[in-house]
Design a protein. Structure first.
Length: 129
């Protein structure tokens, strides 16, 4: 079974449980509090479907494109869960508004994934005093 995180949207966060025959989802509004609530929402989601962490065989995450801090939050949580549970992590780019879950399930996975940046960062210089 795979736990999949999509933190790329600017107003909501989505969690999915992917199995051979099942797709379960948990989506909530998280415009300003995603980082604070992500861990507890994962815990509630797994409890709702009576899934223990040791039943998760792979972690999937949208690596981009998306909102900079939100995507990084999802990738860090996915990499951390993969490390703690000693399971592979799969990074998937979001295609428009859709996620290719079948491709994520087929991927072998790795120890960590990196964020995908679809453009150069917009960094401004500090104002002179």
């Amino acid at each position: 079974m795979m736990l999949f995180l999509d933190t790329s949207d600017h107003e909501r966060t989505s969690l999915y449980l992917l199995g051979k025959d099942a797709l379960k989802a948990h989506i909530w509004k998280s415009k300003f509090d995603q980082a604070e609530k992500l861990h507890t929402e994962i815990e509630k989601f797994l409890k709702k479907y009576k899934i223990a962490l040791d039943k998760i065989e792979k972690i999937g995450v949208v690596v981009g494109p998306g909102h900079f801090s939100r995507v990084r939050t999802g990738v860090v949580v996915a990499n951390t869960l993969g490390y703690v549970l000693n399971i592979p992590v799969v990074g998937v780019k979001k295609l428009g508004t859709g996620i290719n879950f079948s491709a994520a399930l087929k991927q072998k996975g790795q120890k960590t994934v990196d964020v995908y940046y679809d453009r150069e960062p917009n960094i401004t210089k500090p104002k002179k005093k």
